[in-house]
Design a binder for this molecule. Sequence first.
Ligand SMILES: *Cc1c(COP(=O)(O)O)cnc(C)c1O
Length: 422
Amino acid sequence: MNHFEFHGGELCCEGVPLARIAQAVGTPVYVYSSATLERHYQVLRDALTGVGIADPLIAFAVKANPNVAVLRTLARQGAGADVVSEGEIRRALAAGVPADRIVFSGVGKTRGEIAFALQTGVAEINVESEPELELIDAVGRELGVRAAVAIRVNPDVEAGGHAKISTGKADNKFGVSLAEAGRLYARAANMAGVRAVGVACHIGSQITDLSPMRAAFAKMRSLVERLRGEGLSVERLDLGGGLGVPYFNQPEPPPPAEYAAMIAEVVKGLDVRLAFEPGRMVAANAGVLVAQVLHIHERPEGRRFLVIDAAMNDLIRPAMYDAYHDIRPLRPRLGEHVIYDVVGPVCETGDTFTRDRPLPPLKAADLLAFMTAGAYGSAMASEYNSRLLVPEVLVKGDEFAVVRPRPTYDDMLARERTAPWF
Ligand SMILES: *Cc1c(COP(=O)(O)O)cnc(C)c1O
């Protein structure tokens, strides 16, 4: 459920008509709903505690939506943060996430980032390879601390809605094999600069079927038991994120309650602190991208292009993952649906949001919303074609605030310098 609904023929975010935001801030603009963010976090937490999982660490995957106001909204609910760079650690801290609820993941952490994480006192670093374990140990010894580490395991299962977001197969770059994990864990347990606290996995994104997750989590359970059998202490088990969300034309994801029940069953009797790293399921349906129709270009061959002022640089998911986004006019006109190809102004054929989409009839200057754009939307935006980064607005009840203003062209140009030979 989300808080984007029609009231009096107008698509609203909570108590605010989206058209009012478009008028005040201009388009394109991302709009996020506080109530939806809060609700998604609470639904997951309640599902987990409801099946007896005590005090789970729910670390929001910052990369899905790094806006500090979004993170603050979640932090106030008690969420932690799953981060993949120093920039994300800084964002989480700026949003008020306590360091002891921050989990540092990612395949290629630098020495500087590891040192920063340890000085900050993050809860845990998830280790993705043996050379990285050695580097963390070295940095830990230099700083005179023992870094809490979890070994990220690649359980070799197929999952995830798209090849580019599947991470749990043996041929992906993420984590170490189950076979290697034991040796690495034992090595970590004997290092002076680290403290082996647990194991972690994250098998992919936009997963709509629980069976690959169940298979992966069962393998993780066996691993914990095997390590303990060897006399090693394992306190934490991080099960990653990856639960899918409805994008309207895709298989419905399982409800959080079923996900939680499956986990309770798999970890029954295993005495560990569980951690989760949800991104998409918390943020995706809490955000929309609002755009305006520039014009309608009808080609004699029969295609009808709806040219809008948002482009692939603002929302890259359709171009990158063939993603489907529901498109809703903010004030739908009456009349038969019309078939449109919805495209942006960028000079790439890939700048096509959708082809052959039936929509209510539209005219130039009409406003529309791309639904389910709160995760991996603004986060992946760029200035390609020297288009300004899209502003972001957060709604709470009847109020809204611009939480990232649209930069000016002067801001954009001021970041660059001339070279001495000019
Ligand atoms: C991206 C990522 C997540 C979040 O994935 P979602 O599909 O958005 O839930 C969690 N953990 C790690 C390590 C990730 O890389």
